[in-house]
Write a protein that binds this ligand. Structure first.
Ligand code: ZN
Length: 195
């Protein structure tokens, strides 16, 4: 089973960890459907945490441009999938990101990639939100940055209180989004479902 995919090396320790899990949980860990599960698990875990092996400069590359545009730029409804660090269960949802340039803009396709670099690490939604806005602030030195995340957490939905329909909303505002109520209101209006 030693196998190197194009991106992920086989990780023996993760595979063994999964075998331990199965032996603890399942009545018959040797049944057919489970035989390759440890192998698939190690691969999936590596994919879901690939963000630990990525960094901003590699993701952004050459996609920063000088530009005088100084209106709000918004990318809304960015899908993200992450793992909560408290339970190793998924949380997922949508990110809305905005900034007001201060002489520099970023290629729009890079923003979802930044969101997903941080999402593919073990996270809490609050930190994920903050890391995204901090990244844009450091890359662009903009007049302001805003990031709002709406997340559904499997650790809430599948266990305990089972509040299936509730989602969690977090936001991180910097610069003019923090200081100027009008800017913040405009952003919130533009990302609202009817905006
Ligand atoms: Zn959790």
């Amino acid at each position: 089973m030693e196998e190197v995919t194009n991106r992920y090396r086989h990780n023996q320790k993760l595979e063994e960890a999964c075998t331990v899990l199965l032996n603890e949980i399942v009545e018959d860990p040797k049944r057919e459907g489970l035989l390759r599960t440890p192998y698939r698990f190690q691969k999936a875990m590596q994919e879901l945490t690939v963000g630990y092996h990525q960094n901003l400069s590699e993701i952004v590359g050459e996609a920063l441009f000088h530009e005088d545009y100084s209106e709000m730029v918004i990318v809304r409804d960015i899908e993200f999938y992450s793992l909560c660090e408290h339970h190793l269960l998924p949380f997922f949802g949508k990110a809305h990101v905005a900034y007001i340039p201060n002489g520099k803009i970023i290629g729009l396709s890079k923003i979802p990639r930044i969101v997903n670099m941080y999402a593919r690490r073990l996270q809490v939604q609050e930190r994920l939100t903050d890391e995204i806005s901090a990244a844009l602030e450091s890359l662009l030195g903009p007049q302001g940055v805003a990031c709002v995340l709406e997340g559904n957490h499997m650790c809430m939905m599948m266990r305990g209180v089972q509040s299936q329909s509730s989602s969690m909303i977090t936001n991180s505002m910097r610069g003019s989004f923090l200081n100027d109520q009008k800017t913040r209101d405009e952003f919130m209006k533009l990302i609202s479902p009817r905006g």
